[in-house]
Design a protein around this ligand. Structure first.
Ligand code: GDP
Length: 217
């Protein structure tokens, strides 16, 4: 190599980035619990209200643009989408809930599927609940938490879109979520981590990644 080539070559940016979900590949899209692969390797699941920012959070954590598809048409047949990691661990992207235009019966049916999944999937090691930092934890989020927390497993709340708040407001929003959960779930709050997050501003990625790595490690 000529000396000039060495001089002009720019150093690649190196630095910490999320690692726990790197190398995720699509595994299956299941329209019913019976279609899921048998429980085997450790699994983490991402849940959240429609439009909360779940797909964006998964993509940011997996360092991919379109692993999880944003805006899967609400109301269409909904699915649990699973990805497999190089370690064999599984990431489940649960259908978003609470979209106003979805018929009531479809909503109810899916809420039951999701509640059953989080309550009974034996290999689910942790639940990631994506909430809009500005809105906090809503009643439908609590339906999932009610079903999941008694099993003794951990929850990580990603309080996302924090870029829409000032740093101070984002800290206050997370503190309010923590307080709220402490009041609702006094016996389980020690197993809930709240991470101020933004997929757009790539905030909270390292903190969230560390929790996922611990769960899947
Ligand atoms: P999902 O329905 O929960 O999967 O939500 P999406 O990831 O599709 O995001 C819903 C909308 O919120 C889209 O318009 C995203 O561009 C936007 N969004 C997602 N995450 C963020 C974020 O961190 N900051 C901001 N400002 N917008 C976001």
């Amino acid at each position: 190599m000529k000396k000039r080539d060495i001089v002009t070559e720019k150093p690649r940016p190196v630095g910490p980035g999320p690692r726990a979900l790197l190398g995720a590949r699509f595994l299956i899209a299941a329209a019913a619990l019976e279609q899921l692969p048998p429980a085997g390797p450790p699994e983490v699941a991402f849940a959240g209200r429609s439009n909360a920012g779940k797909s964006s959070a998964i993509n940011a954590l997996a360092s991919r643009d379109r692993l999880a598809f944003a805006s899967r048409t609400p109301g269409r047949t909904q699915q649990i989408v699973m990805f497999v990691l190089p370690s064999g661990s599984i990431v489940a992207d649960l259908p978003g809930y609470g979209y106003a235009a979805v018929p009531q019966a479809v909503k109810r049916a899916w809420q039951e599927v999701l509640a059953a999944y989080v309550a009974t999937r034996p290999t689910l090691v942790g639940l990631v609940l994506v909430v809009d930092a500005r809105h906090g934890v809503k009643p439908l989020d609590c339906v999932l938490l009610d079903g999941f927390l008694p099993s003794g497993r951990e929850v990580m709340i990603l309080a996302t879109k924090s870029d829409k708040l000032s740093r101070h407001e984002a800290a206050q929003a997370s503190a309010a979520i923590r307080r709220d959960l402490g009041e609702r779930y006094p016996h389980h709050v020690a197993r809930i981590t709240v991470v101020p997050f933004s997929a757009t501003a790539r905030a909270g990625l390292i903190e969230a990644d560390a929790v996922l790595a611990r769960w899947l490690g």
